[in-house]
Design a protein around this ligand. Structure first.
Ligand SMILES: *[C@@H]1O[C@H](CO)[C@@H](O)[C@H](O)[C@H]1NC(C)=O
Ligand SMILES: *[C@@H]1O[C@H](CO)[C@@H](O)[C@H](O)[C@H]1NC(C)=O
Ligand SMILES: *[C@@H]1O[C@H](CO)[C@@H](O)[C@H](O)[C@H]1NC(C)=O
Ligand SMILES: *[C@@H]1O[C@H](CO)[C@@H](O)[C@H](O)[C@H]1NC(C)=O
Ligand SMILES: *[C@@H]1O[C@H](CO)[C@@H](O)[C@H](O)[C@H]1NC(C)=O
Ligand SMILES: *[C@@H]1O[C@H](CO)[C@@H](O)[C@H](O)[C@H]1NC(C)=O
Ligand SMILES: *[C@@H]1O[C@H](CO)[C@@H](O)[C@H](O)[C@H]1NC(C)=O
Length: 440
C-alpha cells in the first residue's frame, strides 16, 4: 500500500541557493499523504513501523513524512516534516516520539556550513494526545487560533533562516509534566536531526539551542539537566526558558482555585498517563462522584481545561482534600520528574526570564534553582521582570530572548564569567512593537 517516495528535502532546504553538491534527497519512509491532518489517536502514522524500534539507540529515525496540513499560512515556512524517533520514557524504557520540523524559505547557512536549528518547546500542557503540536499546530493555524507568542517565535526563527524543531515532548502517552520523558524526547529529537544531516547533508553542521516557556520550559530544563548523562555528545549553544515550573507542589498550591486550576488537573493526569502506579493511586484517592469530571481532562486541550476547571479548588476532587492533591504524585516521582534541580547541572549557557509577580509559577522556586545551578557552574543570565504575571512573562522578555538566541546561534555570544541576575522592567506588547508585522 505504502509507496516509498524520495522527497528532495535537501533541495527544499537550499532552494534559495544555487544547486549544491552537499545536498542529497532524504528518503521518506512512507508516501501516503493525508490532505488534511488526522488526530494522532486515529492516525495510523503514529505507530512505530516495526517491532525492532525498541532496541534501536535513542535518537534513531523511525519514520518521516511531509507534515499534513497547510503550513503555507505561516510566513517564511517552506517545507514541514514529521519525524518519528526512538526515545526513552521517565522509567528508562524504550519509547517513541514525533517531532515537526519547519524548513525556512531562505536557510541561513554560513560560509563554513553552519545552519542554526531552534528546538522550540511549545507549552501545550495537555494530557490529551490530540493536543500534540504535530497535529494541533496546523489545526490552530487553519482556524487562526494559534497563540500569538508561539506563532511569532516560530515566524521570527524562520525569518532568521533557522530550522525550527517542535517536538511532541510528552510522547505518545501525552505525559504532560513528566519531566524526564520531556527532556529525553527533546534531546532525542536533536539526535534524530543530527543523524539525518550526517547521512544526507554531511557538509551542513547544525548549531542548536532550546527555547521554551511554562510547560515548554519544563522540557527545556529537564533536557538541560539530563544532557550530560543521557546525551553527552550533544553540544547546545544555549537554552532560553521562562515562566519556569521549578517546583510542582508550589505550582499546584499557587494555581488551585484560580484561573489556572485546569493546568493543575492536566499536570496530575499527565503524570498518571506516564506512571501506572500514580494512575492506580490517583484512582483510589479521587472522589468517586468527581472522578469522571477530573479525568475528562484527558480529552481537552489546555485552553479547554482552563475554561472547564477555572477557579475550582482541586483539593475538592480528592477524598483527603488538600492532602490528596499534595500526595497524589508520590514523593519519588515528584523528585524524579516534577521538581527541577535533581538530575544534573546544565552545561550550556542559559537565559532565564520570569515575572516577579508570576502567580502560577512562584519565582522563589526559580530563584532557588538558578542559585543551585550557578553554584554548580552553569552560566545563567536571569531577568526577573517587575511588570506583569505569568501570561505577560512569555512576551515581556521577547527582545532579550531573541538577543540571546541571535548571539548563541550567530556564534558571537560572550558567556558571562559568572551568573548575572537582574531585575528588569520590560513592558512589551507583541502588537504594538512591530513584531506583529512578521505575521501575514
Ligand atoms: C493554504 O493556505 C493558503 C494561504 O492562506 C491558501 O491560499 C491555500 O488555498 C491553502 N491551501 C489549501 C489546500 O487549503
Ligand atoms: C537505563 O537503561 C539503559 C539500557 O537499558 C542502561 O544502560 C542504563 O544504565 C539505565 N539507566 C538508569 C538510570 O537506570
Ligand atoms: C481548597 O479547599 C481546602 C479544603 O478542602 C482548603 O483547605 C483550601 O484552603 C482551599 N483552597 C483554596 C485555594 O480555596
Ligand atoms: C548542585 O548543587 C547542590 C547544592 O547546591 C548539590 O546538592 C547537588 O548535588 C549539585 N548537583 C550536581 C549535579 O553537582
Ligand atoms: C551576532 O551574529 C549574528 C549573525 O552573524 C548577527 O546578526 C548579530 O548582529 C551579531 N550580534 C552581535 C552582538 O555582534
Ligand atoms: C546583566 O544582565 C542585564 C540584563 O540582561 C544586562 O543589562 C547587563 O548588561 C548584564 N551585565 C553583565 C555584566 O553582563
Ligand atoms: C504596560 O503596557 C500596557 C499596554 O501597553 C499598559 O496598559 C500598562 O499600563 C503598562 N504597564 C506598566 C506597568 O507600565
Amino acid at each position: 500500500m505504502l509507496s516509498t517516495v524520495f522527497l528532495t528535502l535537501a533541495a527544499a532546504l537550499l532552494q534559495a541557493c544555487t544547486a549544491s553538491p552537499v545536498l542529497s534527497p532524504l528518503p521518506v519512509s512512507e508516501g501516503l499523504q493525508f490532505p488534511k491532518p488526522i488526530p494522532p489517536k486515529k492516525d495510523p502514522w503514529y505507530t512505530p513501523p516495526d517491532k525492532h524500534w525498541v532496541s534501536k539507540p535513542p535518537g534513531t529515525l523511525l519514520r518521516v513524512r511531509e507534515a499534513p496540513g497547510n503550513f503555507t499560512l505561516l510566513k517564511h515556512a517552506h517545507k514541514v516534516y514529521n519525524l518519528m524517533f526512538r526515545t526513552t520514557n521517565s522509567q528508562n524504557q524504550s519509547e517513541w516520539a514525533v517531532t515537526t520540523v519547519f524548513f525556512p524559505k531562505s536557510p541561513a547557512i554560513s560560509k563554513d556550513g553552519v545552519l542554526p536549528l531552534l528546538s522550540y518547546l511549545i507549552p501545550y500542557e495537555s494530557a490529551c494526545l490530540d493536543a500534540s503540536p504535530s497535529y494541533s499546530l496546523s489545526e490552530y493555524l487553519a482556524g487562526e487560533r494559534l497563540n500569538v507568542a508561539v506563532r511569532d517565535n516560530i515566524v521570527k526563527a524562520l525569518g532568521n533562516g533557522w530550522l525550527v524543531d517542535i517536538p511532541d515532548y510528552e510522547g505518545p502517552k501525552a505525559s504532560y509534566f513528566a519531566g524526564q520523558m520531556a527532556g529525553h524526547a527533546t534531546l532525542d529529537s536533536i539526535r534524530a536531526h543530527l543523524k539525518v544531516f550526517a547521512e544526507h547533508m554531511p557538509l551542513i553542521k547544525l548549531r542548536y539551542a532550546m527555547l521554551g516557556y511554562s510547560g515548554g520550559a519544563q522540557a527545556v530544563e529537564f533536557a538541560a539537566e539530563l544532557q550530560l548523562k543521557y546525551a553527552p555528545e550533544l553540544i547546545f549553544s544555549g537554552a532560553a526558558l521562562g515562566g519556569v515550573p521549578a517546583n510542582a507542589l508550589d505550582f499546584f498550591r499557587a494555581c488551585s482555585g484560580t484561573i489556572w486550576s485546569g493546568a493543575v488537573v492536566q499536570a496530575i493526569v499527565g503524570v498518571m498517563n506516564q506512571f501506572d502506579k500514580v494512575e492506580q493511586y490517583a484512582m483510589s484517592l479521587l472522589k468517586r462522584e468527581k472522578r469522571d469530571e477530573f479525568l475528562s481532562a484527558r480529552e481537552m486541550t489546555i485552553d479547554e481545561s482552563l475554561r472547564r476547571f477555572a477557579n475550582k479548588n482541586i483539593s475538592n476532587y480528592f477524598k483527603t482534600g488538600e492532602d490528596g492533591m499534595e500526595n497524589v504524585i508520590s514523593k519519588e516521582v515528584l523528585a524524579s520528574d516534577c521538581t527541577m534541580g535533581n538530575l544534573g547541572t546544565p552545561q550550556m549557557p542559559m537565559f532565564i526570564y520570569q515575572s516577579i509577580h508570576d502567580e502560577a509559577m512562584p519565582i522563589k522556586n526559580t530563584d532557588v534553582l538558578v542559585e543551585q545551578h550557578c553554584n554548580n557552574g552553569t552560566k545563567i543570565t536571569f531577568e526577573r521582570n517587575t511588570i506583569g504575571g505569568h501570561r505577560e512573562g512569555g512576551v515581556n522578555a521577547f527582545r532579550s530572548v531573541w538577543r540571546f538566541l541571535g548571539e548563541v546561534m550567530g556564534g558571537n555570544y560572550t558567556t558571562p564569567s559568572k551568573c548575572n541576575i537582574t531585575d528588569t522592567s520590560y513592558n512589551f506588547t507583541l502588537t504594538s512593537d512591530g513584531i506583529s508585522s512578521l505575521r501575514r
